[in-house]
Design a protein around this ligand. Sequence first.
Ligand SMILES: Nc1ncnc2c1ncn2[C@@H]1O[C@H](COP(=O)(O)OP(=O)(O)OP(=O)(O)O)[C@@H](O)[C@H]1O
Ligand SMILES: Nc1nc2c(ncn2[C@@H]2O[C@H](COP(=O)(O)O)[C@@H](O)[C@H]2O)c(=O)[nH]1
Length: 406
Amino acid sequence: MGEVHEMFVDETPKVFPVDLDSDSGGYQTATVLGEKTYVFGGFDDESTLSIGIRILDKLTGKWVIPIVLGTKPSQCKGYSALLVNNDRILILKRDSTPDDCTWFLEVDTQFVREQKKILETEVVAWSKGVQGDGPKPIVISGPSGVGKGTLISKLMKEFPSNFGFSVSHTTRAPREKEKDGVHYHFTERSHMEKEIQDGKFLEFASVHGNLYGTSIEAVQVVADAGKRCILDIDVQGARSVKASSLEAIFIFISPPSFEELEKRLRARGTETEEQVQKRLRNAETELEQARSLGLFDHILVNDDLEMCYEHLKKLLDLDEIMDASYHSSPTMAEHPVISSVSEMDHKVLIHSGNAELGKASKSLSVLDVSSLKGGAPGRTRGLNIYTLDPYADVVQGIKILQNPSH
Ligand SMILES: Nc1ncnc2c1ncn2[C@@H]1O[C@H](COP(=O)(O)OP(=O)(O)OP(=O)(O)O)[C@@H](O)[C@H]1O
Ligand SMILES: Nc1nc2c(ncn2[C@@H]2O[C@H](COP(=O)(O)O)[C@@H](O)[C@H]2O)c(=O)[nH]1
C-alpha cells in the first residue's frame, strides 16, 4: 500500500447556518473563500429549499447579490456544501436522485473570472456534475457552402438523443426556410450588441458582414437536455471558444477544391452574387487559417457526402458515445441521506445514512475531484465516485478517524 494520509471525518457538516435576515427563510449555509463568504439557501415554502445566493465581502463589509449564470439545481429538501479545488463549491443535494445529486457553484473558475471581467461585478455559475469523461462539445467550422450544416443535420437526424445543436444568434436576415429559434435566433444588431456587452455570449464574430454569436444559454440548454452540444461557427469563433473555458473537439470541414466550393455555394441559391463573392473571398482566408493555426483537432474533406459523414462518425467515436456515461451521475445510493462531507487531497468523503434505520443504512463514498473537466457553461465532467466500507480504518491510502464526539 502507498502512503497513508490521515483524514479526520467530522460528522458535522462543513457548512454552517447563517442568520441573515428574517425574510430569507430558514436553512442557509456559508462557505468562505479568501475575503468572501458565499451564503446560500432559503426556504420557498415549509419543506423545500430554493438556492438563492449572496456574497459577504469582508473587505467592504457589504453584501453583494451576484449575477448567477447557468441553470440552478431544482429545489431540494437540504444539501451539503463544501469548497473544492479553491474555485467551486460542491453541492450534494439530499434526497435527490443520483443523476441530480451533484452540483457545483463555480465561484472562481476560469469561466467565472472571465465573466467577472466582462460584467464588472460579482458572478457565480452553476454547473451540474457528471461522472467520467462525458463527451466534449463539438465545434464544426469551415467555409460557407462546404456542407457543415448538411453534415450536422445528418448527425442530428441519426442520433437525435445524443446531439443537440447550439442555436446561434445572427443579425442576418432569415432565408426562406429558416425558422427563428431553430436555425438561428434572428436578432437586431443593437439588441445583440447589448447582450454581448452584458456578457451573455460565449463567443461572437463579424462574419460576411453580419454579426453571429453563441450565447452561453444556447450551450447550456443543450447540456440541460443531457445532450452533446454541436456548434457550427466560423474560424474566428472557434478561436474564441478555444481560448474560453469550454473544452471542445474542433473539426474543420474542407472542400475538395475551391471550384467545387463555389459550385455548391451557387447551387444552394441562398446568397446574392455579391454575397457569394464575399463568402468565397473569406473562404480563402479560412482555409489558410485552418492549415496554419493548429487550432483544429481534425480536418475532414467533404468530397463524397456519405464518405465524409462516415469519417465524421468514426472520429466522434459514436459507438463509445452510445455507452458513455454522459447521462449518468455519480453512483451513489438512490436518494442518499447525506450526513456529512469533508475533503482532503481532492477527495471528498461522503457519509450517508439514516439515523432511524441505524448501522445497516450507513455508507461511505469517496468523490475524487482531482481531475474535474469542463464546467459552466455546460457540465462539470470527470467526477469519480466509489463506495467504501464505512467501518474500515484504512481505505485506499486514507486513514479514517471517526469523530470521537459521535
Ligand atoms: N459532399 C457534398 N457534395 C455535394 N453537395 C454537397 C455536399 N455537401 C453539401 N452539399 C450541398 O452544398 C450546399 C451547401 O451546404 P451547407 O448549406 O450544408 O453548407 P454550410 O457549410 O453549412 O454553409 P454555411 O456556412 O453558409 O451555412 C447545400 O446545397 C448542400 O446540399
Ligand atoms: N463565430 C460564429 N460563427 C457562426 C455562428 N453561427 C454561424 N456561424 C458561421 O457563420 C457563417 C455563415 O453562416 P450562414 O448561416 O449565414 O451561411 C458560417 O460559416 C457559420 O459557421 C456563431 O454563433 N458564431
